[in-house]
Write a protein that binds this ligand. Structure first.
Ligand SMILES: *Cc1c(COP(=O)(O)O)cnc(C)c1O
Length: 481
């Protein structure tokens, strides 16, 4: 064996560098929690590329590289990170990622991930119980992200509602799905990957609350049917990403039942609220869904990627990929322990252990505390916005996603859009806060997602003053006021 290979696999090198890295990460977590570093140090993409092209990697000191990566990354654990919906991971859970990376058990067949396969069944059962599905009739598994999970669920919908030989012969019939115009892009992506095309993604308008106008479902269903499209599924958002608003799942369930089509719930963001005694009501009707997607890396404190895809009927969780791979599988009956028969992935990460370690250390209550705290922060911020005449709230929030904007009576809607977009961009580049923007009904809003339970009321006040300050600077410099 070469000197390099020997060094690469040397356990003592790992021990030394590993200890150093853990110390660096612990110091980092303490620094961000105390806001000793800004949430983000903005560099334009080409500047970032230049930096790394010129970076002198020290072969004797990988820790220097780790520190540089931290420095050049956005800090999700920072209390002023109020941007996209990725969770500040629980460090204990992140440690299991390291274990998974070392063990590298591929999970495709039982032998290649015995412990993580059994644990996957245990954590999935916990989620099924929280949803209110009868655990002996329902089933599910973990997959790599909400987008892939959505494709998996819609493939099951097609198999159940429009059984055909599509796996052998491809598409014959024109199929479609019904979804709110505010739904996440992953539904559109999945439908198009499945060959449904533009005609197959039928978007239902939203009402004043940015939720699906369920009273229009029948009209759109009829129209599609008249156009020769067979509707296989209707999808509810819980909540939709942009506005954070929840569709009426009971109304959608009733429609799906009446038409005998599949009911899917996209709970990638808010599905975790099944754990929250205070906010579970937002998901009323979720237990009627044929399939549900819940991202662990959004509201369940897990490292990316980790997504639950759950089915009301056990057999649907086995139905998708029943092609033959004789070198992997000898038997054909439903084997819960040979995961690649059920998932899109062949090899997949040992994702279950990340959830299990938190579930067992802190109990399911910790997920209740996390979701409840973050949704409470959303409500608290909305109150502050309502009380300040300089700001306008888009909607009273359902969740931890809150959209608001700076207003100035002298400005037109177009100027307000420009102003709010400039404010957000200025704040991004300053790096003290991380916030994003969205467009609702043609109006640009600053969009917050409270992801960190350490974000405080004081931080909210600081953010509002910062927005106000930036509005003055931006306005003056552009001369638009
Ligand atoms: C984030 C999100 C998705 C996509 O999930 P990924 O894990 O990012 O692939 C789907 N739907 C909703 C509502 C989301 O918020």
């Amino acid at each position: 064996m070469s000197k390099e290979l020997e060094s690469a696999y040397q356990p003592e090198n790992f021990r030394k560098t590993g200890h150093e890295l853990i110390d660096v990460i612990a110091d980092y977590l303490s620094d961000v929690a105390q806001e000793k570093i800004p949430v983000n140090k903005w560099k334009e993409p080409n500047q970032q590329l230049e930096f790394w092209k010129n970076y002198q990697f020290d072969t004797n000191n990988p820790t220097a590289f780790f520190k540089e990566i931290i420095d050049k990354s956005i800090h999700i654990h920072h209390p002023k990170y109020i941007g996209h919906q990725v969770t500040p991971t629980v460090p204990l859970s992140a440690l299991t990622t390291l274990l998974s990376a070392i063990l590298n058990n591929g999970m495709a067949v039982y032998e290649m991930g015995a412990a993580s396969t059994a644990i996957e069944k245990i954590v999935v059962d916990e989620i099924l119980k929280q949803i209110g599905y009868p655990t002996d009739e329902a089933d599910g598994f973990i997959t790599s992200g909400g987008t892939l999970a959505t494709l998996t669920a819609l493939l099951a919908a097609r198999k159940a509602i429009a059984p055909s030989d599509v796996w052998e012969n491809g598409h014959q019939e024109k199929l479609g799905v019904l979804v709110s115009e505010q739904a996440h892009y992953c539904v559109d992506k999945a439908a198009r990957v499945m060959g449904l095309g533009s005609d197959g993604v039928i978007t239902i308008p939203v009402g004043g609350y940015f939720t699906m106008k369920t009273e229009l479902l029948d009209k759109y269903f009829q129209k599609a049917t008249n156009n020769g499209i067979r509707i296989i599924a209707v999808i509810g958002s819980a909540p939709s990403t942009s506005s954070g608003m929840h569709d009426d799942l009971n109304a959608i369930a009733a429609f799906a039942q009446q038409k005998n089509i599949w009911f899917h719930v996209d709970g990638a963001h808010g599905g975790g609220a099944i754990f929250s005694k205070k906010y579970k009501h937002l998901l009323a009707g979720i237990e009627k869904a044929d399939s549900i997607v819940i991202d662990g890396h959004k509201m369940l404190m897990m490292p990316t990627l980790m997504t639950f895809v759950l089915f009301k009927k056990k057999s649907d969780s086995f139905a998708n990929f029943t092609h033959k791979a004789d070198y992997l599988f000898q038997q054909t009956e439903e084997e819960w322990y040979n995961m690649a028969k059920r998932t899109f992935e062949c090899t997949k990460e040992m994702m279950s252990i990340k959830f299990y370690v938190i579930l067992k250390t802190y109990g399911p209550e910790v997920f209740d505390q996390f979701v409840t705290r973050l949704y409470d922060l959303g409500a608290e911020f909305a109150e502050k916005v309502k009380q300040n005449p300089q700001f306008e709230l888009a909607l009273s929030p359902h969740s931890n996603i809150v959209c608001f904007r700076y207003i100035d009576k002298q400005l037109s809607e177009k100027e307000l859009n420009q102003l709010n977009s400039k404010i957000r961009s200025k704040i991004l580049k300053q790096g003290d806060f991380y916030i994003v923007q969205t467009t609702l009904n043609g109006k640009i809003y600053i969009r917050l997602t409270f992801m960190n339970p350490q974000t405080t009321s004081t931080i909210m006040d600081e953010l509002l003053s910062e927005v106000e300050k930036c509005s003055k600077l931006t306005n003056a410099s552009t001369g638009s006021a």
